[in-house]
Design a protein around this ligand. Structure first.
Ligand code: AMP
Length: 205
């Protein structure tokens, strides 16, 4: 079973992906995470990629599709894949169809107000990566490994607005792509994470 999760930044794709990949034994591929790992290598390509990511702009399709193909070639022992943050353009959706058959496209819908609120509040441990909502956690120290919590460099209000606007521009085309294949499902992403998770489970079970 292959699933695509689409949604604005901070719509909850990452949180849901982690839970779903465990529940259904899927390979979780976050193209944002692939990029952040690649950028750490600090070679010429990484510097080029970092320029887009820092500004909240989409990385060109040929570069991100190349990274994804490489990753899939190295990780080919799995029952299904959960794509988190890919496709982000109609062209990426077309390229993805050449690689795997998508069984479900789950759209997690959130408003700009919700995105800005979440982005200003989301932190993660710089050591183990555990995610925190600052308004709930109240401390900048990880409760698992006692390390410092940090914000992503692209989690600023300005960058979030750019990323949200870019998402709105392309989402209708991506949704139309999956509606044509009769695999699109809508979820209100402003509900609690548990409710969103339950609704996704009902769809894919
Ligand atoms: P994310 O972690 O999904 O919020 O992605 C972080 C950043 O990585 C985005 O703002 C883009 O700059 C870049 N990115 C992630 N996935 C893609 C994609 N499928 N196509 C182009 N750029 C991407």
């Amino acid at each position: 079973m292959n699933i695509v999760l689409i949604g604005a930044p901070a719509s909850g794709k990452g949180t849901q992906s982690k839970r779903l990949s465990q529940e259904f034994n899927l390979l979780h591929i976050s193209t944002g995470e692939l990029l952040r790992q690649k950028i750490k290598q600090n070679d010429n390509l990484s510097k080029q990629l970092n320029g887009y990511v820092q500004k909240g702009k989409l990385v060109p399709d040929n570069l991100i599709v190349g990274l994804l193909k490489d990753y899939l070639e190295q990780n080919n022992k799995f029952d299904g894949i959960l794509f988190d943050g890919f496709p982000r353009t109609q062209n990426q959706a077309i390229e993805l169809d050449k690689l795997v058959k998508i069984d479900h496209c789950i759209e997690i819908d959130v408003s700009l107000g919700c995105v800005l609120d979440r982005v200003s509040n989301r932190f993660s441990c710089k050591n183990c990566g555990k995610a925190y909502i600052m308004s709930q956690h109240k401390s900048k120290i990880c409760s698992v490994c006692n390390q410092q919590l940090v914000q992503r460099a692209d989690d600023t209000e300005q960058t979030a607005k750019v990323r949200y606007a870019d998402y709105l521009q392309v989402k209708d085309n991506i949704i139309a792509h999956y509606k044509n294949k009769k695999v699109h499902h809508y979820i209100n992403g402003e509900q609690s994470a548990d409710k969103v998770f339950d609704q996704i489970c009902k769809i894919i079970k």
